[in-house]
Ligand binder design. Structure first.
Ligand SMILES: Nc1ncnc2c1ncn2[C@@H]1O[C@H](COP(=O)(O)OP(=O)(O)OP(=O)(O)O)[C@@H](O)[C@H]1O
Length: 572
């Protein structure tokens, strides 16, 4: 049954349905946009607003007056700042010299109704196409990076003289399945007038052999997540490795995430299966809103030595949008977080208007996502609430994502599975309850609102123990501090007392905060004491929940005072 649901929901209709919905949605959005001045609606970046300084630097470095915005550097030298009024650049300007195929331009301007390029598109598309440079590109969230890499990559595909479907020309790697599906839909939207080119996905949680058959049947563009991609490649003899031997373009979207310790090993394995660049040259592009220092150190895995670094964000500038007010709510204790969240949601909903209030709430773990969902669903004044995390089946994840995409208002409570790249329309608010794993994660989560020049609001709810994060990790962000509204605390405790998931929530909490013991200035005994307080006061547990011996061992908490340890339950 599972397979038939997957086949029905994912393989047959997913890409076409997503594409159809996505294209309808784009058309609706862009019809709405067309009532406004026909320009990219994003506000000028500070790179644009500081164009005087930028001009000076440009002259000093004797750069040509390049039609791009922001910072550009070759290799890892200090970025140069190159000014431009990218607002003025139209997609149709790319027809000069046949840089972009007329059919692709027609799709962009007529079907998708994009007339002007966004700053990152204006800064990258020309060098990618005319110089065939490898690039590392950084631009704020929601500013059109997907088209910035897809359009030139698809142009590369059109330029090739090989038979459509005979070999994979473009490989896009993304950190999450949802993002892979979204990019696949966007690629199909861009190729709607060139249906001879086929887009395939390679993501986990789905039937591998069906995926493989589709890829082998005819695939020009492959979009996938690292683990599943490597499963398909798995060595020189795999037929899919064979299909990749004509690869022309490699893109890493959310590059910093793919190059961090979590994904780097599988990425190395995938690159090892691709053709040797000395024999079969290809173009590589890395895109992200955040480029921490380590990225430049490891970028040699995919980029040539002469790569260009193009950024529309000034050095030292925080990658969040200036137009997004960011509120900080400090709850006295972890046990007050659910009440503080409910208070903030009520406040924001009345601020934005119930009809259009569409929020994403990020929580640290699947267990906490589930807890907040179960609590908030008990309050009749809350709008429909969805939850999303990696412990759900892929078909459920795909359904929930699509449901939220279509919703006019509502709340999605999620882990970081949708923190990066996801382009849900009209999200008015992002709330983060508890610290994110790092500064980059904060930026990407917040970036789910205020996309494509729209307005949005951010709320960061932390306990008094977590203020080190807002003070030090997010130094440079100006927060408006608001008191926590804890009026619902007693009601929440009564709801939590009736739940049978207290043990799981407690375990999830311990697992997450264990990694931050040092940053909190705690030791393991204090960690357990705080977890127990959260369980008794916040979750209404009658006693400290028990943990299996093996779980305690895996968490590195063996022998720590205050835990209630039981023997492992036998698994059926
Ligand atoms: N030139 C354009 N004019 C108007 N809208 C555009 C243009 N290019 C892209 N968009 C729209 O802007 C939105 C954001 O684009 P996209 O998802 O590519 O952003 P992003 O920069 O990749 O964001 P993130 O950093 O979160 O991944 C999308 O809805 C997209 O359709």
């Amino acid at each position: 049954m599972y397979l038939s649901i997957l086949r029905r929901q994912l393989y047959k209709p997913t890409i076409p349905t997503l594409t159809r919905n996505f294209m309808n949605e784009m058309a609706t959005r862009h019809n709405a946009k067309s009532k406004q001045p026909a320009k990219w609606r994003g506000k000028a970046t500070s790179a644009q607003s500081s164009s005087k300084q930028a001009t000076k630097l440009t002259n000093a470095h004797n750069e040509p007056s390049n039609p791009s915005v922001g910072q550009m550097a070759t290799n890892s030298s200090a970025p140069l700042t190159i000014p431009v009024s990218s607002d003025e650049q139209k997609f149709n300007d790319l027809s000069e010299g046949g840089l972009v195929h007329p059919t692709l331009l027609l799709t962009i301007t007529e079907d998708l109704k994009f007339e002007y390029m966004t700053p990152v598109q204006a800064a990258t598309i020309r060098p990618i196409l005319s110089e065939r440079s490898d690039i590392l590109a950084q631009a704020k969230t929601g500013t059109g990076k997907t088209v910035a890499f897809l359009l030139p990559a698809l142009q590369n595909l059109v330029n090739r003289k090989i038979k459509p479907g005979s070999a994979v020309s473009l490989l896009v790697i993304t950190p999450t399945r949802e993002l892979a599906l979204q990019i696949a839909a966007e690629a199909e939207a861009l190729l709607q007038r060139l249906p001879q080119f086929k887009v395939c996905i390679a993501i986990g949680g789905t039937k591998k052999d069906i995926e493989e058959r589709r890829i082998l049947k005819g695939c020009d563009i492959l979009i996938g997540t690292p683990g599943r991609l490597y499963d398909h490649l798995g060595g020189d003899s795999s037929p899919i490795t064979e299909k990749l031997q004509q690869l022309d373009t490699l893109v890493l979207d959310e590059a910093d995430r793919l190059l961090d310790m979590g994904f780097l090993p599988s990425l190395k394995q995938i690159v090892g299966c691709l053709p040797n660049r000395a024999v079969k040259p290809r173009q590589a592009m890395l895109f992200s809103a955040t480029v921490p220092e380590y990225v430049q150190k490891v970028s040699g895995l995919v980029l040539s030595k002469e790569y260009k670094y193009i950024s529309t964000i000034q050095k030292g500038e925080i990658s969040t949008h200036e137009r997004v007010p960011q509120q900080l709510i400090i709850a006295p204790n972890f046990s007050d977080m659910a009440a503080a969240l409910l208070g903030a949601l009520r406040q924001e909903r009345s601020e934005v208007g119930a009809e259009t209030f569409k929020a994403i709430v990020f929580a640290p773990t699947a267990g906490l996502v589930n807890f907040y969902t179960e609590v908030l669903q008990q309050f009749p004044d809350m709008p429909p609430i969805l939850q999303l995390h990696a412990r759900m089946t892929q078909s459920k994840r795909t359904n929930v994502t699509e449901q939220y995409r279509q919703a006019r208002s509502g709340i999605m409570i999620a882990t970081d599975v949708i923190a990066r790249g996801m382009d849900f329309p009209a999200v008015t608010n992002v709330l983060q309850v508890g610290i994110p794993s790092d500064k980059e994660s904060y930026v990407h989560r917040l970036g789910r609102t205020a996309r494509a020049g729209a307005e949005g609001r951010g709320t960061f709810i932390i306990s008094a123990h977590e203020t080190w994060f807002s003070k030090w990790e997010l130094k440079g962000i100006t927060f408006n501090e608001h008191p926590a509204d804890l009026t619902a605390q007693d009601d929440i405790k009564r709801i939590a007392e009736r739940m049978d998931s207290q043990g799981k929530t407690y375990q999830a909490w311990l697992g997450f905060y264990k990694s931050y013991v040092k940053r909190m200035g705690w030791d393991n005994v204090r960690l357990v004491a705080e977890a127990n307080k959260f369980a008794l006061e916040g979750l209404g547990a009658p006693e400290v929940p028990s943990l299996e011996k093996s779980v305690v061992g895996k968490m590195g908490l063996r022998g720590v005072k205050g835990l209630s340890v039981i023997q492992n339950r036998s698994r059926q």
